[in-house]
Design a protein around this ligand. Sequence first.
Ligand code: UDP
Length: 240
Amino acid sequence: MGTYIKRELVYEGKAKKVFGTDADGVCIVEYKDEATAGNGAKKGVIPGKGAVNNRVTNRLMRLLEGHGIPTHFIEELDDVSAAVRRVEIVPLETIVRNIAAGSLAARLGLAEGAKLHSPVLEYCYKNDALGDPMVNEYHIVAMGWASHSELETIAEYSFMANAVLGEYLRGAGIELVDFKLEFGRADDGKILLADEISPDTCRFWDIKTGKKLDKDRFRRDLGGVEEAYNEVLERLFGQG
Ligand code: UDP
């Protein structure tokens, strides 16, 4: 394992801190137990969430790397932190959906749980003050947030990730309903999958019972939040 000396805090978000290190182009991500929902309107602490999200993210990033998706992940450092390649984040949330839920169900008047005939890709502009508005490719290119060819890469990686994660999670008895990805540019301009893939950023439903094993338990006050996060961890690591 590499040893990195933690340096300046470069970013603090709602669920993570990112530090520079003594190594060129390497950052340390530290996951927090704090949770927010509704664009910061609801706040709380989910004990152990940081460790679950770190370990689940690292496992899924490694899986995706193995399937040809370049990621920022370097290595896990401890329970709540990982070394990652420093990237310039593309200011988009890329969402892939397999089953109607959340904002899609609300916007189109669909029952939550309605099957979609094919996966849906959506982009939102990352801007808390504006409430992360949905945008399309034309907005993204016109605003200079990403080029057309970068978006092609982002879309390709997103659908690949959907296929790989969907199959892997099914093996753990989990239905991948929808999820959010973020991408960044490395120093050489290459697009890398970045940020996290965890119960904070995905909808995970138990395949048999439909039980929610993700942040919706916190968002919707369903109880058993900590247990659900641990359940995801156990299922993924129990799978070997
Ligand atoms: N999501 C996320 N961060 C956000 C918004 C959404 O990680 O700021 C994830 C969310 O967990 C879900 C997917 O993206 O897996 C789609 O979320 P949706 O648009 O349905 O919004 P929500 O119902 O969460 O407001």
